[in-house]
Design a protein around this ligand. Structure first.
Ligand code: PA5
Length: 454
């Protein structure tokens, strides 16, 4: 049995310097919170929120196509996508596959391929990847809801040429397209060239698509239990529907984030104490930034995501969190069972190290988390902790779904639309205009400073 729990004990700051959220403040949020909940569940029941239908969606076509890819002997599976079209797959695979998955043998991977999520278009990294893999045994999953994102389409164009050179007319068998079921250039291309494809539900936006074929297909190819991921999300859906606001995990988180935001804490630090959740943090950052950074009647609102990793960032960012401006909330993600226990042997026999002898890295990591939480409390900085019994398909699915619900509720409470991304679209248009020569940029040379080196 797996579990996910929320600890709010340090939500209201009671340290020396701190003015945190008060019980009164939380009480004042309640009517708005109830209203936001009512709107969310009404829309969900009316079927207008696509992401809420995903935990119950049929994933048989995903499993079938994933099985075919593996059976065909695919050794390298490469996701080509960006933003909402890549971060879900990255979060799922990095959390749920062996940390050295791509360095393991085919046999150790149970006959499943290495997995690469190639979101950026850095020419050096992309060339290096293409040189590393065996194109004859590779499958490229091109993921783009719109089917026209410049970065992803460019990657496809490069890959198609290379594949054609390598396998001739069979190039299309090395591609799987995940895109809108009816519209967009990639859908047309899939039809014209008989390329295998999967749908991104039209009512599901990029950052809410992790539990659709966008995230689940790469996961299934790698052998991840996608049923478990969906089950976790579905069970979390039930918890988030709890009408008792004091018991509802989503509303507790919303109270913490919104109450803090209204006290000027506009930065949301997510700090997992597990390497496996680092990519989840990047997924969260997109969800938070794109859903909540908006204009509201001319006013700019939003919560800025910041990522830290425990214990690593105790040695880099923690100083700022403790002594810097009191403009942040910290959410710890703690994992009880890391799946491995590593003892610290009493070697080198030195008095200085004796406190470590006989303990484990697991205990040390836990103590580091407890110390950080306590140091924040003593400095009047509030925090919340989400504990996962282990990182498994169920807890990850539940965590993703929980944050999707929280992001939407936050958007409703802030009176903004959490589902659009006009600024991202504007950036895409400008980039296209630059390449087409239709956008000329303001000259900025007046502020240019050059340093000639060597
Ligand atoms: O969340 C979003 O909408 C964006 O981050 C998109 O996912 C991203 O821009 C990629 O778009 P597309 O899937 O259309 O290629």
């Amino acid at each position: 049995m797996s579990e996910l729990s929320l600890d709010l004990s340090n939500m209201t700051a009671d340290g020396d310097s701190g003015a945190g959220i008060t019980e009164d403040g939380l009480e004042r949020l309640l009517p708005r919170l109830r209203e936001a909940h009512a709107t969310l569940w009404r829309e969900s029941d009316e079927g207008t929120l696509g992401f809420m239908k995903l935990p119950g969606a049929d994933t048989a076509p995903v499993a079938e196509l994933a099985g075919e890819v593996v059976e065909r002997g695919c050794e390298d599976f490469v996701v080509l996508g960006i933003g909402g079209s890549s971060l879900g797959a990255r979060a799922l695979t990095e959390a749920l596959l062996h940390p050295s998955w791509n360095h393991r043998t085919l046999q150790q991977r149970g006959g499943r391929p290495r997995v690469f999520v190639m979101e950026n278009i850095d020419p050096r990294s992309f060339s290096a990847l293409l040189e590393t893999i065996d194109l004859k045994r590779a499958v490229f999953n091109v993921v783009s809801k719109s089917g026209r994102t410049a970065e992803t389409v460019s990657q496809l164009l490069i890959v198609k040429e290379l594949l054609e050179g390598e396998v001739g007319s069979e190039w299309a068998q090395h591609i799987v397209i995940t895109t809108d079921p009816e519209r967009g250039p990639l859908r047309e291309i899939a039809g014209v060239h008989s390329i295998a494809s999967l749908p991104v539900p039209p009512d599901v936006g990029g950052r809410f698509s992790a539990l659709s074929p966008v995230g689940l297909f790469p996961a299934a190819v790698a052998g991840i239990d996608v049923g478990g991921v969906k089950r976790g999300a579905s069970e979390m859906d039930a918890y988030c529907r709890d009408g008792d606001m004091a018991r509802n995990i989503a509303s507790a988180l919303v109270s913490y984030y919104l109450g803090s935001y209204e006290l000027g804490k506009k930065i949301t630090v997510l700090m997992p104490y597990s390497d496996r959740l680092r990519a989840f943090g990047q997924w969260f950052a997109q969800l938070w930034a794109e859903s909540l950074g908006k204009r509201r009647n001319g006013e700019c609102v939003g919560l800025t995501p910041a990522l830290a990793l425990g214990a690593t960032d105790q040695h880099s960012q923690l100083q700022l969190y403790l002594d810097g401006p009191d403009d942040k909330t910290v959410t710890f993600l703690k994992v009880d069972d890391h799946g491995h226990k590593l003892g610290i042997p009493p070697s080198l026999r030195h008095d200085e190290f004796s406190f470590l002898y006989g303990s484990t890295l697991n205990e040390l990591l836990r103590a580091e988390y407890e110390a950080t939480r306590e140091a924040l409390r003593r400095n009047g900085r509030s925090s919340v902790t989400i504990t996962l019994s282990s990182v498994c398909p169920e807890t990850l699915g539940a965590l993703m779904y929980l944050y999707e619900v929280v992001a939407v509720l936050m958007g409703y409470m802030l009176d903004i639309n959490p589902f659009d991304q006009p600024a991202v679209e504007e950036g895409k248009k400008i980039a296209r205009g630059i390449l087409e020569g239709e956008v000329s940029l303001e000259p900025q040379t007046a502020r240019k400073i050059e340093c000639v080196l060597g």
